[in-house]
Design a protein around this ligand. Structure first.
Ligand code: HEM
Length: 526
């Protein structure tokens, strides 16, 4: 297809969209207050999705309009921004009311295989999760402790090599470490086994999944309008980024296939398997190994890139933020190091980490302030009334406790706003304060059940709640303890090396030049 054909197709899509937006009979949200829209083409989307500093607009709007407000999508579309707990409950748990919005689904489809759990629905999704869950129960995750400890040793060596530099970027090492941990736990392979080509394609893919620009915002808005068949076709266009994504999926399949072949070979020979989670899930070949919830080879391959990618950048970036916060607060860092030294000396099992109050309060506060998926969109699949826990006042001065939602309405799960709401967290909601987790009682212990972990929405909740949350928690407990026990983290002396928090599909630490990265000074202390 030539450039002019692309342009023609895009213009056609735009025309269809305009007709749809202008002529559809949807006036149910016009009374809900919200920020003015700077442009018809982008609505509030550039403020929301491409601002260099995370929250610049979101938190201002949250303060002004409260936990539900209206924003404009591209081409004048009305969207609802939601951080009200009762409404979030319905969006996350009411499968009959909401599903992944086309824009978000399109991005996910670009990265993952169509058969992967995150893209499956209803019974198929339940069955896949039932099987995958075997590798992510509390018991299963405890068995990964030696893997996390080994990878933490590898990280120590890399941090040693960076110690003394005026400003060391922690993110590349953290990204490799989290990939390494998942690869070993799921496939029983080391990073070296994956090969350079896989690793470089994987990092390219992670990079592509964490960028945002006005053209990408517009492209996503247009793609979201297309019927599935056209979106599928578009995904196979011969353009470089799409080819790289194809290649990454191909390599993940190749690796998955080779692991399954080795597992089967070992079983035939009566040898031990590779000792990884895939061992248990693949059963087609030798049924006498049957365990509940096994998957076919085809299904297993579809999960490979999902498991390798979903646990990499999310966990790596969260730890990047954690180390930056420690660098900002040396007193707290010292207290945490004291707790680590007095708890870890004797070695032991995972209960050692569970019994470290400062460590766990610190991780929860990091997850509260920096939820990787701080914003994601859903679409209503039928008309319904959306309940609110706090009434809102319409632009006509009427108080309402529920909002009429029409089929096709796009809403945002505003996780980042929910986790910085003054109503819930108090006046200091924007302060990084681990001590809020150390005392009993409200606001964070309110039992309204939103969120899969610690009343936080960082791992979401409901049927698609993060499968790897226990994995991520133990991994962070081990990595942070090992590294804070051995290194002191401080902010680089040069102000030009200050790291900021940026939103680009996920939350990420970013360097002053806008690139992803987390700069600190490291000093070996033990
Ligand atoms: C701090 C780290 C992590 C965060 C913040 C995080 C966050 C999330 C969120 C918000 C979702 C839901 C997405 C949606 O609703 O569409 C999700 C799904 C998922 N996550 Fe995580 N995640 C993390 C680590 C991990 C790890 C370590 C793994 C695996 C090793 C993992 C595997 C998955 C999978 C397989 C899904 C799809 C679940 C489904 O659709 O049923 N995640 N994650």
């Amino acid at each position: 297809m030539t450039i002019s054909q692309y342009s023609l197709a895009a213009a056609g899509a735009l025309a269809v969209y305009v007709a749809y937006v202008v002529f559809r009979p949807r006036r149910n949200l016009c009374d809900i207050p919200g920020p003015p829209s700077p442009s018809w083409l982008f609505g509030n989307m550039l403020q929301l999705l491409t601002t260099p500093i995370y929250g610049e607009y979101e938190f201002k709007w949250l303060r002004k309009y409260g936990s539900v407000y209206r924003v404009k999508g591209c081409f004048g579309e009305d969207r609802l921004m939601i951080s009200d707990p009762a409404a979030l409950q319905v969006i996350l748990n009411g499968r009959q009311y909401y599903t992944m919005a086309p824009g978000f689904e399109n991005s996910v489809q670009l990265i993952y295989d169509p058969g992967s759990a995150i893209l499956c629905k209803e019974e198929e999704h339940k069955r896949l999760r039932g099987a995958l869950n075997n590798g992510f129960t509390a018991t299963a995750v405890r068995t990964y402790l030696p893997i996390f400890t080994r990878v933490a040793d590898m990280l120590t060596e890399q941090f040693d090599a960076m110690a003394g530099q005026p400003a060391a970027n922690l993110l590349p090492s953290l990204g490799r470490a989290t990939l390494s941990a998942v690869t070993e736990a799921v496939l029983g392979l080391s990073l070296e086994d994956l090969g350079d080509e896989f690793i470089s394609t994987n990092f390219l893919m992670v990079g592509m999944a964490s960028t945002s620009s006005p053209s990408a915002v517009l492209g996503d808005a247009i793609m979201a309008l297309m019927p599935n068949a056209i979106r599928n076709l578009a995904r196979h266009l011969p353009i470089k980024p799409l080819k790289s994504l194809d290649k990454a999926r191909f390599l993940a399949h190749k690796i998955g296939r080779s692991v399954i072949r080795d597992i089967r070979h070992a079983r035939i020979e009566g040898l031990d398997g590779v000792g990884a989670f895939y061992d248990e899930l693949d059963n087609k070949w030798i049924p006498s190994f049957a365990v509940d919830g096994t998957l076919s080879e085809h299904e297993l391959l579809a999960q490979t890139s999902l498991l390798l990618l979903a646990g990499q950048d999310t966990t790596g970036n969260t730890m990047g933020f954690a180390f930056l916060e420690l660098a900002r607060n040396i007193d707290f860092q010292d207290q945490l190091r004291t707790e680590i030294h007095s708890s870890l000396g004797a070695g032991g099992d995972t209960t050692v980490y569970e019994n470290m109050p400062l460590l766990n309060a610190f991780i929860k506060e990091t997850l509260r302030m920096y939820p990787s998926v701080s914003l994601s969109d859903r679409v209503a699949v039928q008309d319904h009334m959306l309940p609110l826990s706090q009434p809102i006042t319409t632009s006509h001065g009427t108080q309402i406790t529920e909002i009429p939602i029409m089929k096709g309405q796009v809403v945002y799960l505003a996780t980042g706003q929910y986790q910085r709401s003054n109503l819930r967290w108090g006046e200091d909601a924007h302060e990084f304060k681990p001590s809020r987790w150390m005392h009993e009682g409200p606001p964070h212990k309110v039992q309204d059940g939103v969120g899969g972990y610690a009343n936080l929405l960082t791992f979401h909740g409901g049927s698609h709640v993060c499968l790897g949350w226990r994995f991520a928690l133990l991994e962070m407990q081990v990595f942070i303890s090992e590294l804070v026990g051995k290194f002191e983290f401080s902010l680089p002396a040069d102000d030009r090396s200050r790291t900021v928090c940026r939103y680009a599909l996920t939350l990420q630490p970013a360097l002053p030049n806008g690139k992803k990265g987390a700069l600190v000074s490291l000093k070996r202390v033990v």
